[in-house]
Design a protein around this ligand. Sequence first.
Ligand SMILES: [Zn+2]
Length: 971
Amino acid sequence: MDIHTKVHGFTLQRKTFIRETDSTAYLFTHEKSGARLFFLENDDDNKVFSIAFRTPPIDDTGVAHIVEHSVLCGSRKYPLKEPFVELVKGSLNTFLNAMTYPDKTMYPVASRNDKDFQNLMDVYLDAVFYPNMKRDPHILMQEGWHYEIGNADSPLTYSGVVYNEMKGALSSPDDILESRIMTSLYPDTTYGYESGGDPEAIPNLTQAMFASFHDRYYHPSNSYIYLYGDLDIEEKLAYLDAEYLSHFDRIPVPSHIKEQKPFAVMKRSRSSYPIGAEESVREKTFLSMNWIVGKSLDLKDMMGLEILEHAILRTQAAPLRKALLRAKIGKDVDSIFENDILQPFFSIIVNNTEENCVDAFCETVEKTLATLAEKGLDRTLMKASINLFEFRLREADFGSAPRGLVYAIRVMKSWLYDGDPEAPLYYEDALQQMKDGLETGYFEELIRRYLLDNTHRTLVVLRPDAELAVRREARQAEILANKKAAMSKAEIAAYVEETRALKTRQQTPDSEEALNTIPILSLKDIRRKAYDLPLEEREIDTVKVLLSNVETNGIAYVNLFFDAQTVPQDKLLYLYLLSDLIGSVDTEVRGYADVANQQNLVTGGIRFDLAGFSRKGKPDSLAPKFCVRMKVLTKKLSDGLALVEELLTKSRFTDEKRIRERIEQEATSIELSLQRSANQIIATRISSYFTRVGAYSSTGELPFYHFLKDFQANFAENHAKMQRIFAELLPLVFNRNNLLVGLTIDGKDYGAFEAPFEKLLSALSEEKFPAQMYTWDLAAKSEGLTSSSRVQYVGKGANFIRLGYEYSGSMLVLSTLLRYDYFWTKIRVQGGAYGAFTNFNRNGMLFFGSYRDPHLTQTIDVFNATGDYVRRFDATKREMDKFIIGTMSSLDAPMTPKMKGETAMGCYLHGVTFDDRQKTRDEVLATRQEDIRALAPLVDSCMQENALCVFGGEEKIHAARGVFDMVKPAL
Ligand SMILES: [Zn+2]
């Protein structure tokens, strides 16, 4: 296709080859409607489609976010309550979601199956252009907010999916801080608003505002359509033109993003965040200095700032981070460089400090930056950060996210602001400019221009407030009470009726006819045979090496699994501590900052962690491993393994200052990530009531936090004790008799691993130590963990193998069913929670959990009634096939080379064979209504164990005191 070619209503504007992504890029315009279309053509079969709109908010009502949810609640061709959920249940998608950003909304889908891909596209296009949300007010009520009142005498309350989602999202202090930073930097533009919605402001959104937001922005003239992968572009263009775009005429859309006028001097602002009424406010303040830094279209400087942020703030060698910690301004240092918006911002943050450190904070930042700009940045430090950045670009491993999706998000950095969509995909030239910049003072110039000499700057202080949550709840209760008091009897009756009508709508299943509009695949489209995950067993000097021979693009993924069963149980917390400290302290060869530089120069990262593995079918089994995981270019394997050897055998734990810093940082990071990891924590805790592997893992979570706090309270003595214990542990753990290697590499490069690995082996202890016995008192518990959270995470579970049942593939289908049918309806749609999850593990653990849930006991009731749902489960053949296909999409999720190796090794360590996976797959494919119903007694037995763990707000948990054996603060 040549430039200016006209095809199916589109004109090709530009065509270029992008070496970095091995793709040809095409930019089209749809003449009649004004839609833009960008196509990235390559041989990736994981195809991606996305349609995005520029949606700058003009208030804090979260309208962009609520519209994002709502367009997926039924449309012209697909008049169901939730076509999105119907799609999730029964498609082979590899990605299906929608995202609201501060200035855009994106609707991406991905699939490797052509028919599925086409179905997904059509449902999404119909949703964005012809949604039912404009006509049916119940949609805003459900997805956004509504007054809820069960009968005339009960109090009026607010409910709604986004309302509760944002209550949860804005519970974490770092999220609140980021929101306040943006308000401070962009007082006059769209970026000053909370695009997700502020729970206090969400109830200001009316149906009229809601519908007009859609009218204004959801037009092809304001759209950015993206296609990626191995697909027939002419066919897609013809379809887009005929089915959607040709029905619209080009219009001007007022979505231009205004720029914030620069400040002449730094502005200051203060604000507060809620903590628990029983928590101390000491050392819980956040200080941040923030700048608007240039334009996202200036891609070279954006890359420069990203590298600079890493070098001066993120690595353990980072000079500004070190200066702030050494000046004892806070417990940890954080940073933000946000460049997904037109005017990016840069923030330096200190947490767990006091407001009276503000002056010292400003001074240290200013002075350190000035010194760096004047005397120059350390070359090794800068080279190390550039090297790591380059490694990540070339590896392009985005985990489970399809590569085409990551590129879809990346092109918007330029395209949304009228730049060339393909520009952000190139990196070779810019990378070379970074390397050249080392010689020309480029990074020092960035510090001067964007930070030191930049007056568009704010200082934001965020303080803890133990009464804020209570005050806010009281204020809201008052607003609602006043609202109710001002209503006439008839008005109250109308709201009661509306609540009832909404509930009825939510409880009424979609008609057969409506359901049948959603296209689904046939079971015939599903592959029968499980994917092979080959592992070759080799041996180097009597140590077993599991080789995952896959094409890795010149990278080696080295996993050393040291059996940690030799560590006495009473030293387990110290082993967790060791895994945190190693790699970030001095060695006999160099200081900790040089250790960090060496890691970044030589590898793509080295990580240490403890993991417990259980054997399939054996709830009592536990194989604890100390894991060392390194990513490294094959050609640097020798240096990488030498560094690992140095860390394992020559680390020194004597530097008191450094150890204290690391322990404070670790404790702080557990505090800050508490809300985000709440669902993980409750799942592990429930597993710890029933399995040793759960008890082992759970020790590394909340008990480890208390250990760190106790450690700090009596530091000198504990530090001495720690050194004695580490001296005892090191030869026990880093011992060649304990070692199993998992290596993911191109088979032809295996030789590059052997010799340097033998050298590493020869440095490890050979002494033999006995395995230790671990015992825990396993018993079902019922715990309430309190915090300042405004939402709950409710978990319930048990071990079905202990109760006499066996694992089977039909459980995976039940998981899909619960997640997208029963729990979805009861907990999300009716309960207003963000979501609910299930898990069935081969070691027998069953887990049900809700996420960002306004309720507590009501959700437990839903869990308890699951057995009844399962017993009465009724589905047509079509429905059943749909759930099976939806289940298969998670079994067959595409994997990166790294994931292939990790999954294969995980199976090996859990004792899961190819035959086991094939058996499970066969069982999934053969699942019938009777197989689901047959799981009812299992679910009932599990629920009757009454093992419960809830993380949530103090008030809610205390109000439900009766359901717990024990209530205590989470931290
Ligand atoms: Zn949302």
